[in-house]
Design a protein around this ligand. Structure first.
Ligand code: M6R
Length: 607
């Protein structure tokens, strides 16, 4: 949440900073701001998307060669110009951008007010700039350090002072900061997407570290003054994939990239001869993994639904006992991690604050902690004992689509790997492998139905409420389908295990409350048909996803979408695709900003 970018070099900073903000906009987009070191100093802030700031800055900003910028996801204080970053001190000499939450800001603010500081915003962030001002005696890093030692909470910050031309001080605790070091320029940002077009040499700052940037140079110390000797690492990043190409939205592009996302997730990871998966990232912990008895999967949002899918697939293919838990709950539970417990954190961004806190808690308690992460080098990827990258490629749309597909593909591979070392037979393993290999082509077939699904969205997008039901493997998909429709189209939708209908939700059913039923011809088919009958009997409209060749649902469902037949455990990789398209088209038809839905951010780095 919130995106930070900082630049010091020999080029005009404004283009680099605005371009960087656009790449970070997925992190928050209710307001933004920029500071450019110049005489006089230049500060501009605007409410709304980065394009608003760009309009304002374009003709008025000077060609100064150093500056900092920020795109905000509001926590404390509404999205107004005054609350937008950068924030300034009383003397208008210090400029600061922040990502995170200062938990003790009220106490600090009271003290600063008593000392005569004047506040201009309602944010928690502003205390930081006044604290630095209070401690400043000519040495900027020392003042930043002193201020941060008084702070409780999380921060990724970048600070500049008018008396220190070309110097930027950055620091982190809990919110990511990565440095990019070029020959004659240095940058810092919340993630590498804002740096990659300028340099491939990066340095990941760790918690409680502070770095000083000069053009082409950097130094790092810890907040308690130990110097840190860390070199740059080589960044591999495909800048081109940030392009929308001919697609009207990133979300649609990313839905259409799913056949390749699955191919990439499978590439080099299948061993036909032994009907097993090869996951290089887990080799270092293979012994412990093969002895594991219990698996706890922790994650949030869509990644949580991937985890729920994981529970079914691990239970089917292995003898592990499996729990899935929302990371935000897990982190505060009284944990009794039995011997042989493995905790698996799933996260697209690798920065989700709750998931990170959950894995730290599990690590503290001695569990083997694994990650399933998309963003290479992200904090979760670095803090787990071992893990697997999902290789979905950059996902820009705020709604997770292709990263979900990659996650559930890799969960299947992990289950196959463990299962084959226990009682899963060669035949069963091989069946899964063959089914997985067919998935990319089968998704391409489903994508050909995009126009049919758009027509269904025309029919249903004005519904005020929607129910999504599924059983077993399709239950997490029902939850995910409902989440997509909520976040993209702002239609109230509920995902339910179909068997729960008669325990309450069926009371809602009437002709204005449609249901999307995941009714595939699998082991649960007869049971979900009974649930559909019950809805039909109460005049509820039904849109069903079913298996190609199905002939029995025609009389019950108002509308049907067919997907290819496959193994029950692999079917979610197909059935989720029409649900994503349905949510996308409903959102577009209702005029929503599908790539940046209101109130959301892609990377949720606050609790
Ligand atoms: O980056 P993560 O996978 O950890 O993010 C978790 C959730 O914030 C994320 O899945 C969110 O629910 C998406 N907006 C769903 O589309």
């Amino acid at each position: 949440m919130c995106g930070i970018v900082a630049y010091t070099g020999n080029q005009p900073a404004k283009e680099i900073l605005i371009e960087g903000l656009k790449r970070l906009e997925y992190r928050g987009y209710d307001s933004s701001g920029i500071f450019i070191q110049n005489s006089p100093p230049y500060l501009a802030r605007a409410v709304g998307k980065v394009a608003e700031l760009e309009r304002r800055v374009w003709n008025s900003a000077p060609d100064g060669v150093a500056g900092i910028a920020h795109t905000r996801w509001a926590t404390h204080g509404k999205p107004t110009e005054a609350n937008a970053h950068p924030h300034t001190d009383c003397g208008d000499k210090l400029f600061l951008v922040h990502n995170g939450i200062i938990e003790n800001y009220l106490v600090l603010k009271k003290r600063l007010l008593e000392a005569g500081h004047r506040f201009k915003s309602e944010t928690d962030t502003e205390v930081l700039v006044h604290l630095i001002e209070a401690g400043y005696q000519g040495d900027l890093p020392a003042a930043v350090q002193k201020a941060l030692l008084q702070v409780q909470g999380t921060f990724g910050i970048a600070v500049m002072h008018c008396d220190h031309p070309g110097s930027i001080v950055v620091a982190r605790r809990g919110s990511p900061i990565v440095l990019g070091i070029g020959e004659s320029a240095s940058l810092a940002a919340s993630d590498v997407s804002a740096l990659a077009q300028h340099t491939d040499q990066v340095v990941y700052l760790e918690d409680n570290e502070i770095a000083c940037l000069e053009p082409g140079n950097f130094s790092i110390t810890t907040l308690d003054n130990r110097s840190v000797n860390r070199g740059t690492t080589n960044l591999e990043y495909d800048v081109e994939s940030m392009d929308r190409g001919s697609f009207p939205h990133y979300m649609l592009k990313e839905i259409f990239e799913q056949p390749e996302a699955v191919e990439n997730a499978l590439r080099g990871r299948l061993n036909h001869a032994e009907a097993v998966a090869k996951l290089g990232g887990l080799e270092s912990v293979q012994e412990r993994l093969l002895q594991a008895r219990h698996l706890i999967i922790v994650s949030c949002g869509t990644s949580f639904y991937a985890g729920l899918f994981g529970r079914y697939v691990f239970e089917t293919l292995t003898d592990l006992t499996v729990e899935t838990e929302l990371a935000s709950e897990f982190r505060y539970r009284k944990l009794n991690l039995r011997q042989g417990t493995v905790v698996l954190a799933i996260s697209q961004s690798g920065e989700t604050a709750d998931t990170l806190a959950a894995l730290r808690e599990a690590k503290r308690k001695g569990a083997l902690v694994l990650g399933l992460v998309n963003v290479v080098g992200s904090t979760i990827a670095r803090e787990t004992h071992a893990g697997v990258y999902s290789h979905a490629g950059i996902e820009v749309g705020v709604a997770s689509t292709k990263s979900f597909l990659s996650q559930i593909t890799i969960l299947t591979l992990m289950a196959l790997l463990i299962g084959r070392s226990r009682d899963l037979s060669y035949e069963e393993g091989h069946e899964i492998i063959l089914a997985l290999e067919r998935v990319p082509e089968q998704i391409r077939e489903i994508l050909k139905q995009a126009e049919h699904i758009r027509q269904l969205a025309v029919k249903y997008c004005h519904a005020e409420h929607f129910l999504f039901i599924g059983r077993k493997y399709q239950y997490p998909i029902a939850l995910e389908g409902a989440l997509k429709l909520k976040e993209i189209a702002y239609i109230h939708s509920e995902g339910y295990a179909a068997g729960e209908m008669k325990h309450g939700p069926i009371a809602l059913i009437d002709p204005k409350f449609p249901t999307l039923a995941l009714a595939l011809e699998d082991g649960s088919y007869e049971r979900i048909v009974s649930n559909i009958q019950e809805i039909h009997a109460r005049e509820g409209h039904i849109l069903a996803i079913t298996t190609e060749g199905n002939t029995t649902l025609g009389d019950l469902a108002d509308d049907l979408i067919y997907i290819p037949r496959t193994h029950e455990a692999v079917a979610p990789l197909l059935s989720v695709v029409p649900l994503q398209l349905f949510a996308y088209y409903c959102g577009v038809l209702l005029g929503r900003d599908v790539d940046k839905p209101r109130n959301l951010a892609k990377s949720v780095t606050v609790e």
